[in-house]
Each structure stands twice: as structure tokens, then as C-alpha cells.
Design a protein around this ligand. Sequence first.
Ligand SMILES: [Zn+2]
Length: 209
Amino acid sequence: MNMIFLGPPGAGKGTHAQMLMDTLGIPQISTGDMLRKAIKAGTPVGLEAKTFIDAGALVPDDVVIRLVRERLLQQDCGKGYILDGFPRTVAQAMALGEIAAIDVVLNLDVPDAEIISRLSGRRVCGSCGGTYHVSWLNGSDKCPACGEQLIMRQDDSPETVANRLAVYKEQTAPLIKFYSDLGLLRTVMGEGTPDEIQAKVLSALHMGA
Ligand SMILES: [Zn+2]
């Protein structure tokens, strides 16, 4: 199954992509990882991409597309793949359509208020790296594991989260329309426990029990 996985920051995409990889036995392909690996392996496209990165420039679409094609031709993609973080624009989606047959675009949707509550309630321990949600801390601001002070990451402040969501929506709305028009979009509401959400994901892929 050749899949694109869409979802805003804080939707739990990482968790569910991992479950899908385990269930379907197909790799998750994130553009960032792919880029780093191609550069490390010194493939021709990887080296080309590196010249842009070294110059502090964005890697152009045509280079990214060649990189994606190179990656999708590898053996582990034989049974399919989960594309994460690509495509980001309709132009990229159209270019992808030239080199790959996408079966389904999974859109993990979570209400803004829920994401803001999840992320802005997150507290991390600078000492042991533990991550908690305020709703589990009973008003304490100390790490339950090691007793150190818990902090809120700058990225998790409500204003920053709201801003990240707005940027995500603006970028993704045209992509959602594009794949919806092609009849490939499956939207799953990412609410409930991870197991409940995973059941909805599998059912959206027509693999539900
Ligand atoms: Zn700690």
C-alpha cells in the first residue's frame, strides 16, 4: 500500500505511523531522514541536494522528487511505503503523481483546541528527559521520576502552537482538496485512546477488524 500520511503537529502521527509500519511491514519515509541518508550515502542526488543545503538554500522540488524516486525504488518499498512530510504542496503532489501510484492519503485530524491542550499542557524534565501532561501531575511542577523542576518548552506555548497550526492548515488545505478531488483522501478523527484511533485508521484503510 502506497500511502501519504498527513496530520498537524501534536496529532500523534508518529505513534500511528509506527503502528502502521509494524502492522503492514512497510517503511515510513520522511523527507528529512531521506535527505540525511542520501547525503551520507553520497548518492548523486544526495550530493546535489547537499550543495543547496550547504548554501543555506531550500532543496528545489525537482531535486527532492528525484530523491523520492530513488528512495521508492529501494527494495524495502516493494510492498508499499508511508510518506511523511512529503508532498507539502500541490506542485509536489502533481510531480509525485508522475513517479508513484498513491493508493491512499490518510489525514489524521484533531480539533485545534485538543491539540493546543495536549501540547500546551506538556511539561518536560530538563534533568531526566521525562515528558508529562499537567492533567497527570496533580498540580505539582516537579518531575515524578527524579524530583527536578518541570518546564514548558517554548514550542509548546499556546501562542506558538496556535501559530504552528495556522501555518500547517494554510500549507495543507490545498493538498487536502487536491487528494479529495482525486478520491484518495481518508480523514480520521484523532480523538480517543491510541488504540481507538489506530482502529479507526485501520478501518479507514479498509483493514479494520
Ligand atoms: Zn526528571
